[in-house]
Ligand binder design. Structure first.
Ligand SMILES: Cc1ncc(COP(=O)(O)O)c(C=O)c1O
Length: 441
């Protein structure tokens, strides 16, 4: 792992010291972790939240700030992996939830908010129909399954490094817990190979699903040509194109697809659209979605106890219509673009092997100077330096994903962006010798 020419010991020593300091600062988080080991495998119930030596446990949050169990304060630059766009306890979301709670929960019936929420999602993202689920994983499972039934074909094209949910992960070629669709795994951003694979499997290819920017795969954007090719080739061979905008729908008022000028057959959603509650949705062409119309004799079933739960309906509707308006989406993503430019300017100024990829309000750090178009390009960076970046950011009061992903939530302002830039500049200065190494050819 990693291809720096720098001696191993210096990086390993810096990392060991950073982890020792982290352990010393966080005795309460450590105690919680040790206790959790007794009931949960590895003390964990969401794999991405685990890291060695032990994960921080947060005790409280407000606005764009978090406090851990040992009382240390962080600016929340993780934003719950894009789901936390409203920050913590936004008054409008809070009021919507309070009103919903006052009216009682879990009716076991249709309610007065679900159709208004569904209409708001359709209007915002240009969908003919939408169905609501409890997670992005569920949305993708149902969208893929619907596409295979609609197309009367079996093969599902996915991309190396893509992520579509707990049982649909394609980093490193796939995951043993993936659901057993008949996959064709294609290389992300490789136009010609993908075109050839679509042609090879044309007769049995039901669906091509991709993120218009890899999110968990490192904030690596699809090139416009790659997206265009997939749109053209799926249309040519009669396969369904699904854009997974679970993360990226926040990047523009109509989602990233609207910026790229791509109209997929289906789009999947999740994360922030539920206003901070559990959420997922899949929508798009009426002729595909209407297979679920229960008035039809041969209707496909789509169950889910909490699909229309009143808390998600209330928080999601308030968030999408009153807070994350099209204007707010434009402003937040402009702030993100400006922040990423400042961070990359600081990296370039020092010649360090550090860069930030992404679009708008989503960014990810990588420990290489080389251009990044694929997950393999990102993996070529020294992963220990990325780990060091993570621990140094925590020490500076910045909360981010262990894998280096960051997102902006609405309460983040100039002061918080300045704080992140200062922390990154301090990292570039204090770790200069480690980040200066030439990269092997
Ligand atoms: C692109 C993408 N699709 C789907 C999912 C799955 O969503 P959920 O965690 O709500 O199941 C995620 C979650 O990170 C995601 O990033």
């Amino acid at each position: 792992m990693g291809r720096t020419a720098f001696g191993n010991t210096e990086i390993d020593t810096a990392l060991r010291d950073a982890k020792e300091a982290y352990t010393a600062r966080n005795p309460q988080s450590l105690a919680r972790y040790v206790d959790a080991l007794g009931a949960m495998p590895g003390g964990n119930t969401r794999t991405v939240l685990h890291y060695a030596p032990f994960p921080l446990a947060m005790a409280r949050a407000e606005g764009c700030r978090l406090w851990d169990m040992d009382g240390q304060e962080y600016v929340d630059f993780l934003g719950e992996y894009t789901a936390g766009i409203y920050g913590h306890s936004h008054p409008v979301i809070r009021a919507a939830l309070d009103r919903a709670l006052d009216g009682g929960i879990s009716f076991g019936a249709s309610n007065t908010t679900e159709a208004t929420f569904a209409r708001a999602i359709c209007d915002r993202f240009g969908l003919e129909r939408v169905r609501l689920t409890n997670s992005g994983t569920e949305a993708n499972l149902l969208a893929i399954t619907a596409a295979t039934i609609f197309a009367k074909r079996r093969k599902v094209m996915v991309f190396e490094g893509g992520y579509h949910g707990a049982v649909l992960g394609f980093a490193g070629g796939g995951s043993p817990v993936n659901v057993p669709f008949d996959y064709v795994v294609a290389p992300y951003n490789d136009v010609e190979t993908t075109r050839a694979l679509i042609a090879t499997h044309a007769a049995d290819l039901a669906v091509v699903i991709l993120e218009p920017m890899l999110g968990s795969g490192g904030c690596i954007a699809a090139t416009p040509a790659f997206l265009r090719t997939i749109r053209e080739e799926t249309t040519r061979v009669g396969a369904i194109m699904i854009l997974d905008e679970v993360m990226t729908s926040r990047l523009a008022p109509g989602g990233l697809q609207s910026v790229r000028g791509i109209v997929p057959d289906l789009t999947t959603f999740g994360k922030y659209i539920g206003g901070g509650m559990s959420f997922g949705a899949f929508g798009g062409r009426a002729d595909i979605l209407d297979m679920f119309d229960p008035r039809r004799a041969n209707a496909l079933p789509h169950a889910g106890t909490f699909n229309n739960n009143v808390l998600t309906m209330a928080a999601g509707l308030a968030g999408l219509t009153q807070i994350y308006t099209p204007e707010a989406a434009v402003a937040l993503n402009a702030r993100g673009d400006a922040l990423r430019e400042r961070l990359n300017a600081a990296c370039r100024a020092t010649g360090a092997m550090l860069q930030f990829t992404g679009i708008g309000s989503m960014l990810a750090v990588h420990t290489t100077r080389r251009p990044i178009a694929t997950p393999a390009d990102a993996a070529a960076g020294d992963q220990r330096l990325k780990e060091l970046f993570f621990f140094d950011m925590l020490a500076a009061g910045i909360w981010l994903a262990r894998r280096g992903m960051m997102t902006l939530c609405l309460p983040i302002g100039d002061a918080e962006c300045d704080k992140l830039v200062a922390a990154v500049e301090a990292f570039l200065a204090s770790r200069a010798s480690l980040l200066a190494a030439p990269e092997a050819a």
